[in-house]
Design a protein around this ligand. Sequence first.
Ligand code: GDP
Ligand code: IMO
Ligand code: MG
Length: 425
Amino acid sequence: MPTKVVLGAQWGDEGKAKVVDYLTLDADLVVRYQGGANAGHTVKVGDTTFVFHMIPSGIMHPGKVCVVGNGVVVDPEALLQEADELQTKGFSIAGRLFISHNAHLVMPYHKLLDKLAEEGRGSDKIGTTGRGIGPCYRDKVERGQGVRVVDMLDADCLRRKLQAVITAKNEILRRLYDHAPLEAAPIIDAYLGHAQQLRPYIADTSLLLNEALDQGKTVLCEGAQGTLLDIDHGTYPFVTSSNTTAGGACTGTGIGPTRMDQIIGVTKAYTTRVGNGPFPTELLDQTGERIREVGHEYGATTGRSRRCGWFDAPILRLSARINGLTSLALTRLDVLDTFPALKLCTGYQLEGRVLSEFPLDPRDLEKCAPIYEEVAGWNTPTTGVRRFGDLPVAARHYVERVTQLSRTPISLISVGPERDSTIQV
Ligand code: GDP
Ligand code: IMO
Ligand code: MG
């Protein structure tokens, strides 16, 4: 199978990086296709734990090629810091990391405007990661002020462009936020420095990926965030600014849809969310607290505590539909090992009606009450299990209910953060 897409089926942090790292065993190239340093992708290999924000999660496999696709917004500082950290830990990136010409650059004013916009929203805050994602994608779409990776290849052009854009941004800072102007010179100098360091990695990555496919190689597309954070299909406006869904893997890499073979939706065995916005199965009680503590549910990028709740099947059905999922990777089953009873949300009650699909009208979503099916827990550790048949009966039943309710087969079950804590189904 030449191209597989691994994406989040919920609100992010589903364990995509663990799954990508595992599937990289059988892949030749791994490509990130959207988002930026808002992502926090954790890979645990032996005693080394690495949190990726910019570099694809396959990089810890020696010899595999990793690509930052055109749909990503590149924070050069975060990327270079990550590259340094990898090299310090003994993972070489030379000759196997490529960054798309067409990717847009996150600038310091994007991060500042992200923060100021959030402050201005008052009680309607989105709860962004503060990584400048929205303002950078806005500049990309608006066109006048976007700065791309390719602009780094010509120092004079980069200098001129940044000078003009920073002057325009200072006007916005003054008028909208009564904020002091940014000094252009240090930003320009810093980005000229980043350009020198990044130059060897800049490439026409759509060409590189398609030529690899022509040669029979396998490409793994790594999504960031999750389906319900998608700018079009998520819980707008409490979403991120990119297409996190399967279509984004085409536009964000330059690989055509006819070359996509498997779309794997990663889902936790329960649900979490960071930031604001509706969350019908959220548990604001001791059970939610217990999931957070057992699962160490704290954000990999911001350290914020994640909101926790029961598994929500309508979310998975929405995700299966929008992404055309071919299978699910079910993660963190082990986190449920010690719960005496578990609940799965099968639909919602809304003003006397039963809904089986996830409503995207926020007014409806607020009023929805989850309908639960209660099943027995298994009270047995599962982290050491490597075959589906060796899972406790109640755990197998739970996995089978997830499959039935999601209307999607499960191809992989994760029972721990390590690469080998994985059950191939
Ligand atoms: P991502 O953003 O989707 O890549 O996920 P994060 O890295 O933000 O969060 C997932 C967390 O769960 C990380 O700390 C992983 O190491 C961890 N993890 C992944 N799979 C499993 C699993 O099956 N069980 C447990 N206990 N932890 C897991
Ligand atoms: P990974 O790839 C979970 C959330 C933020 C906020 C909203 C918008 O690790 O799964 P943004 O900074 O993108 O403008 O924030 O999206 N968010 C994530 N939540 N996992 C992520 O990434 C996220 N990236 C952004 O909390 O609610
Ligand atoms: Mg994450």
